[in-house]
Write a protein that binds this ligand. Structure first.
Ligand code: HEC
Length: 144
């Protein structure tokens, strides 16, 4: 009986997740697709597996005063941003943070479909340490 109740509770949670449009972050097919797309579109700036610029010189601001592309692998700030903002940055580029921040990351809205951009975001999420993923997923449960 307890088992049946637990099963019903899980099914209820899944149905609710679909209702609010949650993403299945752990979808393996999407993550693999995202990985390939990341290598082709993002790694030149963000480094392989999103580890960011590696040379110490690259950690210094650029000559034009702009920031270097950040690490996306959970060691920097990325996971403090809600999924919607991350989606916006990938679609519309580095001017999407608001507050007059002028970035230089290019936009990918035309080059990649929404599904492709979502797959890339799932790949980026998959790079984060388990602990970071857990905090993130709880914090942004509604927005996934
Ligand atoms: C030409 C270099 C360049 C390319 C290519 C690039 N980015 Fe970026 N990205 C940046 C820079 C620089 C920033 C920081 C914002 C700014 O100054 O524009 C950034 C910021 C981000 C952020 C926000 C990170 C944070 O911690 O605030 C995400 C997420 C991101 N990029 C994902 C991607 C993805 C996914 C791709 C490929 C589809 C990509 N970027 C391609 C340069 C790039």
């Amino acid at each position: 009986m307890r088992h049946i109740i637990a099963t019903i509770a899980i099914l209820g949670a899944v149905a609710h997740a679909q209702e609010v449009g949650m993403t299945d972050w752990s979808n393996k097919e999407d993550i693999l697709r995202g990985k390939a797309l990341f290598a082709n579109n993002c790694a030149t700036c963000h480094g392989p597996e999103g580890i960011g610029p590696q040379s110490p010189a690259l950690k210094v601001k650029r000559k034009d005063g702009k920031f270097q592309p950040p690490a996306l692998n959970g060691t920097a700030h990325t996971w403090h941003h809600a999924p919607d903002l991350l989606r916006k940055i990938i679609a519309k580029g580095g001017n999407s943070y608001g507050k007059g921040y002028e970035g230089w990351m290019p936009e990918f809205e035309a080059a990649l479909t929404q599904k492709e951009r979502d797959a890339i975001l799932k790949y980026v999420h998959s790079l984060w340490p388990e602990k970071v993923k857990k905090i993130y997923d709880e914090r942004f449960a509604i927005q996934k």
